[in-house]
Design a protein around this ligand. Sequence first.
Ligand SMILES: [Zn+2]
Length: 329
Amino acid sequence: MIATSRAAFAAFLIVTAIVVPSAAPSSDVIKVREWRARNERKIVAELMQLVSLPSMASNKADIIKNADALTAMFEKRGFAVKRIATPGSPVLVADRIASPARGALTFYMHYDGQPTEAKDWTIGQPFTPSAFKAGAKFDVLAGTGPVDVDARIYGRAVADDKGPIIAFLAAIDGLLDAKVALPWTLRVVLDGEEEAGSPNFEAAMIANAATVRADLAVIVDSPRHPSNLPTVFYGSRGVAGVEITVYGATGDLHSGNYGNCIILNHGFGIQTRYGHLSGYAISTGTKVKRGQVIGYVGQTGRATSPHVHYEILLNGQPVSPVPYLTFTR
Ligand SMILES: [Zn+2]
């Protein structure tokens, strides 16, 4: 999960309302839960199958295999799947149209996983998902009854973000099995390069705004709340990347006493220092000429009023500036 695409997506679609399940589950919810309890192994098996498809955004052939598999998985549940081509991974838009519809709900998930190397894995392997319990390999699909909640499946993207895709599909299966009316058009947008910073997602969404616009957009790619309760977060802030270039002095300056400082190397062991500046007109490595503006007077560092601290050093030792200056009267 990284956040640039989420920020773009959130800015793009309007969140109008969020329904939080009430304390007493409805009979429909109970039916869906019962379906889930009967089908836990089937759900986990489908997750492991999806995780076994390598899905690093940098490998196009792998990504297409994931897109194909997901298309089949959504179509099986009555979704029509559209593939938006981009210069990178395709974005899949799966629609299950309700008619008449009260509105449309869009869910965002991503099908690429974080980059990984098999040799870095100490437990399991990235694309051979396997379950462990208390450190020992555990056949999570064996037997009957509920899946052991203490088993942990290791595999790339098992949680981020293929788990939520499978959870969503299982919820649809449960709702269909319980013959619950679905009066909302359900739309799932599947990003295939979220972990690569979604370089093409925003443009794809803008170009296909009419197809993805919804009354509510839900991002299903976030950390789980420590309470383990189903949680709806209102708003994802996203992430902002900033590159900062810092210019510093070319020599040691104690405790920042000189403030913003320029040191000029004149050759022959001679340096001049200009301290307490408010700003620079040149950057490190600039060759300067006599008369050129190199910086601006200020009072940064250890200064009580605006002035230029001017200093001449010969072989690193401060010397009297008088022999170096031309006085005009
Ligand atoms: Zn994610």
